[in-house]
Design a protein around this ligand. Structure first.
Ligand SMILES: CC(C)(COP(=O)(O)OP(=O)(O)OC[C@H]1O[C@@H](n2cnc3c(N)ncnc32)[C@H](O)[C@@H]1OP(=O)(O)O)[C@@H](O)C(=O)NCCC(=O)NCCS
Length: 434
């Protein structure tokens, strides 16, 4: 029997505790969680809340920036498919697109690139801070501290209501993050922290700051420079992931953008987020040989460990970025020679994609599965992989932060809790405690 149609775009809820019914509007496939607060059993009842650990089914904002359809594997920035941007765009153009909402004209892009180049230098005090860390400090911890430290240099950035100031600070962060990331790497190597060269393109400059020796410049194959640029494009935004939500939450207290994005770096550091590509490399090394793959997969199925670089909260299909990364990996290996761990990765993917355990759970390779292999082929250590992710993700964090500040619906982020602790009790003197 066909269901009786009621008022369109609303939902009627019956509270079986009281027998009372309520009608709430549905907009964009959501109801307002605060509407539920009108559902009460008595006047002094706080009202109904939702319980949603890890925000599995809660939209925390409206956003015009990035669209993902995880079931079919679609990713678009401002409406443009990631495949087209990876093929035709540049990272700085994607930064412009994410922040401004439209592709730039030729003159706008030239002006934007010049603006970024004018801000690549980083103050000596940050260099001193970085040199003050232990030589083996993890570069993500260094990056996080240094990005936050930038706010010591730009006190005017507290004026978050000033849109011109905001734009200037966003450009500063796009420009300076590679310099700081490269310095964090050089600190590990015990080498001098090189100054950026604004004459070079974004990705080329990054490679030079990583690898040049004082007084000696490397020549990088244009295909390697392009591969790095595309990897940055692929990481540029991914809507409300853990680090972006952290940037928004911290930024919602109206702190400055340097503090807000340093929170993004902190969140990205974790192995379940940006740290996954580092974890993939460690996993592949541990497997050690293609013949050990079946035993490893058996261990994953027995819940002894995770297959790092597989699975995603949103993608329940092949991550579209992983397809592009797979292709770039082969292009890079044509120049650098094949990474022996690639064979193990390919075998892992082959077995996992056929295995019922992974098929049933819709576990596919994510962007991190092959990106670490490329970074390793570029002679970067695993600790630096997440730093590259952070450099790429910076424009996404910035665009989301900027959007949040203009969003009249937003307030300081403040989730509720369900208190499960003890009721009131009296303080017990130390002498009477058992
Ligand atoms: C990314 C990730 C955190 C998403 O987690 P999530 O959305 O909470 O997914 P769940 O943990 O609910 O996973 C669903 C099921 O798949 C399993 N699963 C998820 N990822 C898995 C992995 N990488 N290896 C083995 N099993 C995995 C879970 O154990 C769970 O199984 P169950 O339903 O039988 O209990 C998770 O897939 C993961 O830890 N992957 C490895 C780390 C990684 O590559 N992160 C980078 C993300 S870009």
């Amino acid at each position: 029997m066909a269901a009786k149609k009621g008022n369109a775009d609303t939902i009627t809820v019956t509270d079986n505790r009281t027998g009372q019914t309520y009608e709430f509007p549905i907009s964009d496939g959501t109801i307002k969680a605060t509407d539920l607060r009108t559902i009460k059993v008595s006047d002094d009842d706080f009202g109904l809340m939702t319980y949603d650990p890890a925000f599995m089914n809660t939209a925390s904002c409206k956003s015009e920036i990035t669209f993902i359809d995880g079931d079919v594997g679609i990713l678009r920035y401002r409406g443009y498919p990631i495949e087209q941007l990876a093929e035709k765009s540049s990272f700085t153009e994607v930064c412009y697109l994410l922040i401004h909402g439209e592709l730039p004209t030729k003159a706008q892009l030239a002006g934007w690139d010049e603006w970024i180049k004018a801000h690549v230098y980083v103050d000596e005090s940050i260099r001193d801070v970085i040199n003050g860390f232990r030589h083996d400090a993890h570069p993500m911890a260094v990056l996080q501290a240094a990005i936050g430290g930038l706010s010591t240099l730009y006190p005017e950035s507290k004026e978050i209501g000033d849109k011109d100031q905001r734009m200037k600070d966003m450009v500063r962060l796009i420009a300076k993050t590679p310099t700081i990331g490269a310095w964090a790497f050089r600190r590990n190597l015990g080498r001098a922290l090189l100054n950026p060269n604004p004459e070079q393109s974004y990705a080329e400059n990054l490679l030079h700051m990583f690898f040049d020796e004082s007084g000696m410049e490397y020549n990088f194959d244009p295909k390697i420079i392009r591969a790095l640029d595309v990897l940055l494009i692929l990481h540029a935004d991914h809507e409300q992931n853990c680090s972006t939500s952290s940037v928004r939450a911290v930024g919602s207290s109206e702190t400055d953008v340097f503090q807000s994005t340093s929170a993004g770096v902190a969140a990205l550091y974790g192995p379940l987020h940006g740290g996954a590509n580092e974890a993939v490399l460690k996993m592949l090394r541990r497997i050690g040989d293609k013949k050990n793959v079946p035993a490893f997969v058996k261990g994953v199925k027995n819940r002894e460990e995770l297959l790092m670089g597989f699975g995603h909260r949103v993608y329940k299909n092949y991550d579209p970025r992983a397809k592009i990364v797979h292709k770039i990996a082969h292009e890079v290996f044509e120049i650098t020679g094949v990474n022996p761990l690639l064979e193990i990765a390919v075998e892992l993917e082959r077995i996992a994609l056929e295995d019922e355990f992974f098929v049933a759970r819709k576990l596919y390779p994510n962007v991190d599965f092959y990106s670490g292999l490329i970074y390793e082929a570029l002679r970067l250590p695993a600790e630096m992989f997440t730093v590259l992710f952070a450099i790429g993700r910076m424009p996404g964090w910035l665009a989301q932060w900027n959007e949040m500040l203009d969003d009249k619906d937003q307030k300081i982020a403040r989730p509720r809790q369900i208190y499960t602790g003890s009721g009131e009790r009296n303080y017990v003197a130390m002498s009477k405690r058992k």
